[in-house]
Write a protein that binds this ligand. Structure first.
Ligand code: KE4
Length: 432
């Protein structure tokens, strides 16, 4: 089933040229609509909860550039901060005060982080975290969970989620078998599998990396006790626990999901929100671990644009604004209102569904089965999801173009927007 844009649309013309110049016509695979069919539209501009495509069509946006747009798109405080910073210089490659201010903020807001290093993407944050864990422990094996996505790091592109899953290549080509063999994968929410992997690998596991709320196979939640058991086993076996909070950090709470669940990881990977839409990632944790990093320690890690003044200005402005307005309270209220509307629409649809939400992150699966891991998420009816996605897109509501992604709300989504989305959702569900 193909959903094609009008051939005369500027998006179609742009995409045709893009495909001759850029692999798949996109700079990141999930943007190619392969999970839902059809061709992507091209965006012209974005503001608040809205995006406009190059043909002038407006959408209420629930992707939010995959998480960074927590205040909505192009918030004034972020635009002003970027302008002010740019007037003083765009990049230095020399220590600058903003790096100290961002590090101080992260350390204050996330108590498990005693020292932090800035990088330029979530991938760099997780890649550096696992290298640091291997260097600190002197061990080689990494444990991850099926369907979790931690960026396109060789060691972590094993049974990965997000675009890898959408494109049916959870185990990417180009990753040497010898390296992939050092990555052990488990089903999420499976305590027996967790105990077994530690029993079988005792003291050779350097780290377990986990999305504490997996949001790259849609969205599902940790079962009670699962993360607590993970923490206990890592401690007992001298393995480091790495929370990948690139998506959940500073979004689900001021201190990220670890503030809500009360579990203290050894390292945390961060990104998205802390860049205000510009390229930023970070990783941090216990001082004794972080001091293993060059130039003090033997684990090398570096980056030309790490701590870039524009990116840090944008991120700090966004974090400050979230704190000023208590954005986390606003996001919970908005999320609850959004969920109520979607559930009213679903209730009348007579369809099997599984709607999951935590704070401002959500996912709608078209399956009546409980979704708690990758295998159950894959029971969702992807063809129905694709029809739902395009039906909403045609009516000006933009959800993530894949069943295996999460949706994001911002503080800019108003009651009017949510009312519009409830009406559109009801119409589309009724037409499937
Ligand atoms: P980046 O390298 O894309 O900045 O971050 C990688 C990453 C790490 N950890 C988690 C939990 C993530 O979700 C991500 C990236 N998220 C995807 C969306 N599922 C980015 C979208 C894309 O790949 O284009």
């Amino acid at each position: 089933m193909l959903f094609t844009m009008a051939t005369s649309s500027r998006s179609a013309v742009l995409f045709a040229e893009a495909r001759t110049l850029i692999p798949g016509g996109v700079n990141s695979p999930v943007r190619a609509f392969r999970g839902v069919g059809g061709e992507p539209f091209f965006v012209d501009r974005a503001e608040g909860p809205y995006i406009w495509d190059v043909d002038g069509k407006r959408y209420v946006d629930f992707v939010g550039t995959w998480g960074p747009a927590i205040l909505g798109h192009a918030p004034q405080v972020v635009r002003e901060a970027i302008g002010t910073a740019a007037s003083r210089g765009v990049s230095f490659g020399i220590p600058n005060p903003l790096e100290v201010e961002m590090a101080r903020t992260i350390v204050e807001w996330v108590p498990s982080i005693q020292k932090v290093r800035m990088v330029s993407s979530g991938t760099e944050a997780t890649m550096s975290s696992i290298r640091l864990a291997r260097g600190f422990t002197g061990r080689d094996k990494i444990v991850k969970f099926e369907g979790c996505y931690h960026g396109h790091v060789d060691s972590l592109l094993v049974k990965a989620g997000s675009g890898a899953l959408t494109h049916g290549s959870p185990d990417s080509a180009g990753v040497p078998a010898a390296l992939a063999a050092l990555t052990l994968t488990l089903p999420f929410n499976d305590p027996d599998a967790l105990r077994a992997v530690f029993s079988a690998n005792a003291d050779s596991i350097a780290a377990v990396i986990v999305e504490p709320v997996p949001a790259n196979a849609g969205l599902y939640l940790p079962k009670p006790g699962f993360l607590e058991l993970l923490r206990e086993l890592c401690t007992a076996h001298g393995a480091l626990l790495i929370f990948d909070e690139v998506m959940t950090g500073f979004r689900l709470a001021k201190g990220g999901y670890q503030e809500l669940c009360g579990i203290v990881p050894d390292l945390t990977a961060l990104g998205k929100v802390i860049g205000g839409g510009l390229p930023v990632g970070a990783f941090g944790g216990r001082r004794e671990i972080m001091d293993y990093l060059s130039p003090d320690g033997p684990v090398y890690q570096a980056g030309t644009l790490s701590g870039n003044p524009l990116a840090l200005s944008a991120g700090l402005a966004q974090l400050r604004e979230m704190e000023r307005i208590n954005g986390w309270k606003v996001l919970e209220e908005t999320g609850a209102a959004f969920e109520a509307g979607v559930r009213r629409a679903l209730k009348h649809s007579g369809r099997d569904y599984n709607f999951r939400r935590i704070g401002s992150m959500f996912c709608l699966y078209f399956t009546g089965a409980e979704v708690h891991d990758l295998a159950s998420a894959q029971h969702s009816d992807k063809a129905t999801f694709a029809r739902f996605f395009h039906g909403c897109r045609e009516r000006g509501v933009y959800f993530a173009p894949s069943q295996f992604e999460a949706g994001f709300l911002s503080v800019a989504h108003s009651e009017v927007d949510l009312g519009e989305v409830e009406s559109v959702t009801a119409q589309v569900l009724g037409s499937l």
